[in-house]
Design a protein around this ligand. Structure first.
Ligand code: FAD
Length: 292
């Protein structure tokens, strides 16, 4: 219930105005969103971690806003070392306006990123954008075979998706939104996650295991060994500000660990999704408001 309420709030313009204009939210925002992206990327990479940077923004209303998002990504590339990744939301590139516009814009980012040795991963968003996401991904793969895509395990067709994504870079996550027909019980989501992982690890692509869940992390590591993958054959991905000790521990064992780092002023919807994931975070958020 609380999760649903938080996700509904993430789409409310009124709540957004209230939260983003309050000076009281700064501490919570800083926990999850990089304020100085160059410095944060520098610190993480010095610690042996890889990064995927998300220039925050989604659901643009017109092509000019989408063009501005492309320009922000292209400028961002100058700050990233080779081997980095950028995470892109297609609704920030005009997917709601047209699939063609989003494909053209994403292709511009892919071409600029390739020139810097940086990869691109397409985030998965609301369920009604998922067919468009995979259509754009398939179109981009013709010229940019290493463009990655996200599969959300809470969707019952996620296994099917994984089977069809042979050879691709695929980030598997539980899913941060709501969707009709989606699994909602944690046990069902976890079971789907493991089924997808088995397909990805046994396949010919590059699995990116995006979870902080200790049990799923252990299962991923075991499945990688069973599939004969060494530590360079897959990677773990975690969010900036979430379980940093575990990120460091896995990297210390020689695993590839990529931290998803969001930055920019359009942080409201992202923050609400993080708070929705964990009621304890919400308490932390409310306490930090009350303590001022
Ligand atoms: P959970 O069961 O939610 O968490 C397991 C444990 O991790 C918790 O017990 C807690 O210790 C810790 N934890 C988890 N979340 C938090 C938090 N917010 N704050 C503090 N501790 C926490 N979702 C999409 O729908 N589309 C995407 O494109 C997408 N990209 C992602 C990229 C990355 C790199 C990651 C890590 C997640 C992404 N997600 C995306 C979000 C994902 O779907 C989940 O909502 C989120 O990762 C929480 O699920 P979990 O697997 O960590 O498991």
């Amino acid at each position: 219930m609380l999760r649903q309420a938080m996700l509904a709030l993430s789409k409310s313009r009124r709540a957004e105005r209230l939260v983003t204009t309050s000076p009281l939210t700064a501490d919570v925002v800083r926990r999850y969103v990089a304020d100085d992206i160059g410095a944060v990327v520098g610190d993480l990479t010095r610690d042996g971690l890889l990064v995927s940077v998300d220039h925050l923004g989604e659901e643009v209303n017109d092509p000019a806003q989408a063009e501005a998002a492309v320009a922000s990504y292209v400028a961002l590339l100058d700050l990233l070392p080779a081997g980095s990744d950028v995470s892109v939301k297609l609704t920030a590139l005009g997917l709601r306006q047209s699939q063609r516009l989003a494909t053209t814009n994403a292709a511009t980012i892919c071409a600029a990123a390739a020139g810097k040795g940086v990869t691109v991963t397409l985030d998965a968003e609301e369920h009604d954008t998922v067919p468009g996401l995979h259509a754009v991904h398939a179109a981009l793969r013709r010229d940019h075979p290493d463009v990655g895509v996200v599969v959300q395990a809470y969707l019952p067709d996620s296994l099917d998706r994984c089977e069809k994504l042979g050879g691709a870079r695929v980030r598997l996550c539980k899913g941060a939104y709501t969707a009709p027909g989606a699994y909602t019980r944690p046990a069902d989501i976890d079971r789907s996650f493991v089924r997808c992982l088995k397909i990805l690890m046994a396949g010919t692509g590059y699995p990116m295991v995006a979870t902080h869940d200790p049990r799923l992390l252990r299962i991923a590591s075991a499945l990688a060994v069973l599939a004969g993958r060494d530590l360079s054959g897959f990677e773990y991905q975690m969010l900036y500000g979430v379980r940093p000790d575990e990120q460091a521990r896995l990297a210390g064992l020689g695993a590839r660990v990529r931290v998803y780092v969001p930055y920019g002023s359009d942080w409201y919807a992202y923050l609400m999704r993080r708070l929705a994931e964990r009621p304890r975070n919400l308490a932390f958020f409310l306490r930090s408001l009350a303590s001022r």
